[in-house]
Structure formats: C-alpha cells, structure tokens
Design a protein around this ligand. Structure first.
Ligand code: SF4
Ligand code: SF4
Length: 464
C-alpha cells in the first residue's frame, strides 16, 4: 500500500479508537463556581431529602408502582391522569428548548445529574489525592503503600456516594422507611436489590470513571443542541480580537508595543476545563458551558490588571460586532408555548377532582323497548383516586322524565379502586331529540357534595 495512504489509515484508526487521556480539572474559584456549587447543593439536597419528608403521612415524592399511584407533594396522580404527565413532559421539553436558545448549555453546566455527581466525585478526589498537580504526580508514581491506600479510600467514598444515590433513587419507588427496614434486616426484595446494584454501578462508573466521556460520546443532547443555537444565543467564548496574539510577558512591560494581546497563554482555562478542551479554539460541542474558564481567566486578568471578560458569556453577533437581540421570534414562540402549557396545566390541575367516571355502553344492544319506553344499558366505572373510601350516589339527567334504574341507591368505592356499576336508563320516545340524545351521569360523594363529577354519554333510540 502507498505509505501515504497507510499513514492516513493509521491516523483515522487512532482518531476513532484513541485511548482516553485522563483529565485532571484544576479547582476553580469565582462567581460562577459559587453559582454552580450552590445549584449542586440545592439539587442534591432536594434529591436526598424528598423521600424523607412526609406530607399527611406520605412522602412528598413517591412513585407507588404497585399501587399505581404517584404522589407529588399534595397531589396523588393515577394512570388516568396521564394527561398531566404529558403536560409536565412538554413543559420540561420546551423549558429546555427555551433556556438553550436563550443561554446555551445552562442545563449541562449547572444541573445535569452527570455534572452534579461528577463535581461531587471531583471534590472527593481532591480531598483525598490533593490538587491537580498532586493527582497527576500520584498517578505517575510507582505503586506504593500510600498510593494504594489513597486510591482505596477514594474508591470507597465514591462507592458510598453511589450506594446512597442508588438507595435514594429506589426509595422514590419504595418508601424510605420500608427500604431502610429491608436494608437493615437484609431482606431486600429482588427488584429493589437489582436496581440498587444497577444505580450504584451506574453512578460510580459514570461520575468516577467516564465523566466527560458521557457528555462527549453518550449524551444525545450535546449533539442536537446546536440546532437550538442561533447567533443571539449566549455562549461562552474567548475574545480572540482582544486576546491574540497570545504569549507570555514580563510584568510591567508594554505588551501591546510588543505586539501581544491580552492572553498571557497561562493555559489555566484549559487546566480547569472538565472536558479538557481549549476554549480559545472556538465554540466546540464538547463545551458543557460550566463557566470554569471564565472564572479562572477573570482571576488571571485581575492579577495582570487587565479588564476582565477575555473569556465571557457573549453571543456570536456580539463577537462579530453586530447588535444582539434577546427577544427574537424563536424565543417569543417558546415563551408563548411555555405560558400556554403552564396556564393549561395549572387550570386543569385546579379543576381536577379525586374521582372519575367512565361511561361504557352495552355493546350487544343499541336500545330496547320495554313497557312503552326506550331503554339503554350502561356500565359505569366509578374511579376513586382519593386517599379514602367514599359512599357515592349516581344521578342522571339530560332528557325529560328520564328514569334511572340502579340496583343500589349508593355504592361504596374503596380508596384507589375502581367499581363497576350496571345501570339502565329509560325514556319516552317523544322526549328524545333524535336518534342519539346526550345524557349526563353525575357521581357525588354522599358525605361531601363538593366531590362530584359529571360526564356526558349517549342515549340511543329508533330513527325518528
Ligand atoms: S486563562 Fe485567559 S489568559 Fe490564561 S490562557 Fe486562558 S485565555 Fe489566556
Ligand atoms: S470550555 Fe469553559 S465552559 Fe466549556 S466546558 Fe471547558 S471550562 Fe467549561
């Protein structure tokens, strides 16, 4: 084979299968670091605390799969409430589109679980193995007792965090109390055990070993986010016009006269980057928008007595010297959709009752004539989604002189169950409005008239 072709093939193979170079992100201090750590505290706090807090004796967030109930704060959702789940998913999706179009990868940099847990793991690593330089030195050093002990302690802590994460995750589905009992009596159910092991390993591997690899190679969001960006989206960018030509300099010298820009080429922005990229090479899909390079570069600029913001949040238009438009059609459309979905969600939630009624017509017979009247047969499904059982009464209306025939005056439906109730309606042919007439069934709790729902069905008769 031609040696040139051979070399190219080897290069391609290397670029495809290149071995991962471990990244040792340097610790960074600054305004964005404070913001990121605060967000992480709040998110982790919510994640670990929610299964422990109870409202009316029920965890604030509990997905009770065997009971087919989802408790979220004071609300209990049932499979029949699928609409709300659809609303929530759409709200989350459009929020992501909106914030990405507005301010880039805020989600990745500040609140993605991969970022949050990786930050925690990096913090543990620094506490045990020391600074970036010390970690690099330790990894290069020969195997020694100290090295083995430090690595062992680090992995034990990582596994403990992973285990706590997994147990907390499973306790969103099995109550914390039950899970703790199972853990201490070593009687954990097989499903719980499988999920605890799975999430422990997933957390440990993703946050401890794979880290930026997840963002670079596994996360689909990193790939399609560029479709949501435009020239007015906030991005983290290096000001090339101001920074170049980069180069080191002696303090107090007139670096401009020497033909240098503001970048002193300290490479600190590369050293703090959790994905190991150089922001000075332009916007790259590997950039998760964590702002660590802004903090560290601002610090360098301050020490050099240069203006801050050599690396900063800006827009492509601003970089090109054009005006930036915050309110642009895409943002306005996302805002309208978000406002619409939020209002619909709040409205439907405010109208939601803890009971439901499904009307199922008898499929065997459209109608029958009996005692000179037209009769229709139905099965009513009474769904009690409340936390307690209720005695219900049924009423029917919509046609003059309508007769409701029912075996029992009231029917008791246990909390969280569905009861089938066969009913018959009779009406005179003269009172019908045509081949099909609307009828209303009303289900009301006997002890609480506010707990009531009305549904409309069809009453069929002969062609008139
Ligand atoms: S931190 Fe700032 S000054 Fe240092 S290399 Fe990066 S851009 Fe240049
Ligand atoms: S380039 Fe800057 S903002 Fe992007 S991931 Fe690296 S440090 Fe974070």
């Amino acid at each position: 084979m031609n040696p040139q072709v051979q070399a190219t093939a080897a290069e391609i193979e290397q670029s495809l299968y290149e071995q991962r170079q471990k990244i040792y992100p340097r610790q960074v201090k600054g305004i964005f670091a404070v913001l990121r750590v605060s967000t992480i505290f709040v998110l982790l706090g919510m994640y670990f605390i929610f299964p422990w807090i109870e409202l009316n004796g029920i965890p604030v967030v509990w997905f009770d799969l065997p009971g087919r109930k989802f408790h979220v704060f004071n609300y209990t959702f049932w499979p029949q409430d699928f609409l709300y789940l659809a609303f929530i998913l759409m709200l989350l999706a459009f929020s992501l589109f909106f914030f990405t179009a507005l301010a880039g990868r805020l989600w990745c940099g500040y609140s993605c679980p991969q970022t949050v847990w990786t930050e925690v793991y990096l913090w543990i690593e620094r506490k045990i193995e020391g600074s970036r330089t010390q970690q690099m030195k330790l990894d290069k050093a020969e195997v020694s007792f100290k090295k083995i002990i430090l690595k062992l302690i680090k992995h034990i802590f990582w596994l403990l965090i992973a285990g706590a994460t997994a147990v907390t995750f499973v306790s969103y589905f099995t109550t914390q109390e039950e899970l703790t009992n199972q853990l201490f009596t070593l009687q954990m159910g097989s499903w719980e055990l499988i999920w605890v092991i799975f999430f422990t390993m997933a957390t440990y591997i993703n946050a401890g070993w794979m880290r930026e690899q997840v963002c670079k190679y596994m996360c689909p969001y990193a790939r399609f986010q560029s479709a949501m960006f435009d020239k007015d989206t906030l991005i983290i960018s290096y000001d090339e016009k101001r920074g170049e030509p980069r180069g080191s300099r002696r303090p107090g010298t007139d670096y401009r006269a020497e033909g240098l820009g503001d970048c002193i080429n300290c490479t600190l922005c590369v050293q703090v980057c959790p994905t190991g990229i150089d922001i000075r090479n332009g916007l790259q899909y590997e950039c998760i928008g964590c702002s660590a390079c802004i903090d560290v570069c601002d610090d360098v600029m301050e020490k050099m007595s240069y203006p801050k913001g050599l690396i900063r949040y800006t827009t492509q238009n601003a970089i090109d010297g054009k005006p930036t438009k915050i309110l642009r059609p895409r943002i306005i459309i996302y805002m309208i959709i978000l406002a619409l979905f939020s209002s619909l969600f709040v409205y439907s939630l405010s109208q939601r009752t803890a009971i439901n009624l499904d009307i199922i017509r008898d499929r065997n017979q459209l109608y029958r004539e009996t005692q000179g009247l037209i009769e229709n047969i139905y099965t009513l499904k009474l769904i009690n989604m409340d936390e307690e059982g209720h005695e219900f009464k049924i009423e029917a209306g919509g046609i003059n002189n309508l007769i409701l025939l029912i075996d029992k005056e009231t029917v008791f439906v246990e909390a969280g169950t569905v009861a089938d109730l066969p009913v018959r309606l009779r009406a005179s042919e003269d009172d019908l409005k045509g081949r099909s007439t609307e009828v209303q069934f009303t289900l009301t709790a006997v002890e609480n008239n506010d707990l009531s729902i009305t549904q409309t069905g069809k009453f069929l008769g002969p062609i008139q």
